[in-house]
Write a protein that binds this ligand. Structure first.
Ligand code: DAH
Length: 336
């Protein structure tokens, strides 16, 4: 009997710690209890048998209890809204690849940050617009060949996925008129996606990003514009730069200019390597008039250019198509 009592205590302890308690019911020690029976005096066999059966009942009850405890702790709630695997440990979650900001987004934020610190309000451009904002309000006469230079997409309904961020100028001017009349200035940048029906190659994409700037006051000058642009580029590239301009035609500015910087030696440039970065100029009086701003009283300057070009120079990226490709190999280079 002591043998059975000891065995009971031992097996119960093992059951309460086991992850597979039922296997303990098949333990050799229990089988051996039966092999003992033929060796017993027949008068002892009855009580011995009962004791063994009682042991089995106790063990079975202990197994059932242990099984239900295990079940409670291993059932995990299913949360179909969880963006991670609820069964994952904290460590597994940490090492999961969560994705990173796209290099263009990061650089665009950088650009916006520089301009907002210079006092410009930042406004995202529209991705669907109309003929008036794309051309009419920007002094492109009806049927003028300058319209053809923009390879503009149109929807069947006649809407336009904008081919430049200049589409935002008219809105910014109209919204800022009251500010001018209260003695203030208009100072805004508008940034976003633009679209052109281009044959795609290493330097042309159908979808790209631009940033547009606009400044209007009672006495804005071309010199202020050049100073603003030089400051921007010097902050963006973190060094002093040489700049130059040359005349260019854009219907919405007069005079219109192309603005270039000399490719810095630190970025692989030689003296005389000029890179055209954007278009700019003094806002055409017709553009101010279209927004009901009197060009006799107010003057402004505007500029606009591609974001990819800035970023390609900064990081020595040779092919514009990488940006829209979604190639992880390219994107991972920017995960610092
Ligand atoms: N919108 C022009 C383009 O995409 C760039 C541009 C030129 C913007 C002159 C301006 C500007 O604001 O004044 O080619």
């Amino acid at each position: 009997m002591t043998n059975i009592d000891e065995l009971r205590a031992d097996l119960l302890a093992r059951i309460t710690q086991s992850n597979d308690p039922r296997s303990i019911l098949k333990a050799d020690e229990i089988k051996q209890l039966y092999t003992v029976i033929p060796t017993l005096d027949p008068s002892e066999r009855g009580s011995y048998g009962k004791a063994v059966n009682a042991l089995k009942v106790v063990l079975e009850a202990a197994v059932v209890e242990r099984e239900s405890t295990l079940e409670d702790s291993t059932v995990v709630p299913l949360d179909v809204t969880a963006p991670w695997d609820v069964n994952a440990t904290a460590l597994q979650l940490l090492s999961t690849e969560q994705g990173t900001q796209h290099p263009l987004t990061r650089e665009l934020e950088n650009v916006i940050d520089i301009f907002t610190r210079m006092g410009f309000e930042a406004i995202e451009s529209r991705q669907i617009d109309d003929d008036h904002h794309m051309f009419g309000a920007l002094n492109f006469p009806e049927n003028h060949p300058a319209r053809d230079g923009y390879d503009t997409f149109r929807t069947e309904e006649g809407f336009i996925p904008p081919a430049h961020t200049s589409t935002m100028q008219h809105r910014i001017l109209k919204a800022g008129k009251a500010k001018l009349e209260a003695g203030g200035n208009i100072a805004a940048v508008s940034y976003g996606r633009v679209f052109r029906n281009e044959d795609v190659d290493a330097t042309h994409e159908h979808t790209f990003y631009q940033c547009e700037g606009i400044f209007v006051s009672s006495d804005a000058t071309l010199g202020q514009m050049l100073g603003t642009l030089r400051s921007f580029f010097e902050v963006y590239y973190g060094q002093k730069l040489k700049i130059k301009t040359q005349p260019a035609y854009f219907p919405f500015v007069e005079p219109g200019l192309e603005f270039a910087i000399e490719k810095p030696a630190a970025l692989g440039g030689k003296p005389g390597d000029w890179l055209e970065m954007l278009g700019c100029g003094m806002i055409h009086p017709n553009v101010l008039r279209a927004a009901d701003i009197d060009p006799e009283k107010y003057r402004g300057f505007a500029w606009g250019g591609g974001i990819e070009r800035l970023v390609m120079l900064k990081y020595g990226i040779e092919d514009l198509r990488h940006f829209e490709s979604g190639k992880l190999q390219f994107l991972r280079k920017f995960n610092s």
